[in-house]
Write a protein that binds this ligand. Structure first.
Ligand SMILES: NC(=O)c1ccc[n+]([C@@H]2O[C@H](COP(=O)([O-])OP(=O)(O)OC[C@H]3O[C@@H](n4cnc5c(N)ncnc54)[C@H](OP(=O)(O)O)[C@@H]3O)[C@@H](O)[C@H]2O)c1
Length: 245
């Protein structure tokens, strides 16, 4: 029976993936700050799901992450789906702080701990670390400066970890999943261009993770949009207003 730990499983994409894998018969360890939604999922799949509240920003996050792995007796896959982000054109410092704490500090702690878990575990089959980053890392986005920068950080960290794993002969596959807009609580209250439903995104995200793709942009329309963004020189990019963001 395969085992997956999902951090950020109380809502949105993380919750959906947890539900899907539990339905398939996997052992699923789920975590987030809010206990109630985790408990609900545990009640739906009592034999397959274990949960632990984890705040990735808290000093005990790594200890609790390892406890969760023990609760499901191992970890073949780790999905980091925790994250936050807001538009912040006024550069409100408290918004910046929250974004950096979750998407940079919390992300680094947990992904680093997952890497060390695989490094220190004799595994014949590869371990998997998958992270839901975002297409927002493609360019610096003025009205979401910290969010876009935090996602770029995640991209770079995962690329570095992939190289490190190769150099250290650690049997781990690193997957960077980059969705465009998805209809979750994160973007609630706004309408966004090329917005995708969870029903559409979840199977694509899961396939990318199971196939061990290094980078997966969801979906192909977003792959085209972001490829075009890359071609825009800085002197033009500064004039582009991404009002939908
Ligand atoms: N929705 C989009 O359009 C979109 C597009 C591209 C990328 N993404 C990325 O996808 C990831 C998942 O977001 P989502 O859209 O599924 O949004 P969501 O429904 O808001 O889910 C975010 C999850 O992160 C958890 N979380 C937040 N802060 C945490 C913390 N300090 N410690 C532990 N867990 C924490 C939340 O749980 P608690 O609040 O219970 O802690 C929740 O389970 C994020 O990284 C986001 O940036 C989203």
């Amino acid at each position: 029976m395969k085992k997956i730990v999902i951090i950020g499983a109380s809502s949105g994409m993380g919750r959906r993936v947890a539900d899907d894998f539990a339905r398939l018969g996997w052992r699923v360890g789920i975590a987030a700050r809010r206990e109630e939604p985790l408990k609900e999922l545990k009640e739906k799949y009592p034999d397959r799901i274990e949960y632990l509240t984890i705040d990735v920003e808290a000093p005990d996050a790594v200890d609790r992450f390892y406890q969760l792995i023990e609760l499901i007796d191992g970890m073949d896959y780790m999905l980091y789906a925790a994250g936050c982000g807001w538009r912040n054109p006024e550069l409100d410092t408290s918004v910046d702080d929250r974004t950096v704490m979750t998407n940079v500090l919390g992300f680094t702690r947990i992904v680093n701990a997952a890497y060390k878990y695989y490094k220190n575990t004799a595994n014949r089959t590869p371990g998997h670390i998958a992270v839901i980053t975002s297409v927002a890392g493609t360019k610096g986005i003025g009205i979401s400066a910290t969010y876009s920068a935090s996602k770029r950080y995640q991209w770079t960290y995962l690329q570095a970890l992939d190289q490190l794993a190769h150099q250290q002969h650690v049997n781990v596959v690193i997957t960077d999943i980059r969705p465009g807009f998805v209809d979750t609580a994160l973007i609630a209250g706004h309408t966004y261009p090329l917005e995708m439903s969870l029903d559409y995104v979840a199977p694509r995200l899961e396939r990318a993770m199971l196939a061990g793709r290094r980078v997966a942009v969801i979906d192909s329309r977003w792959a085209v949009v972001t490829a075009l963004w890359r071609l825009v020189p800085a002197c033009l990019w500064r004039h582009i207003e991404l009002t939908g963001w």
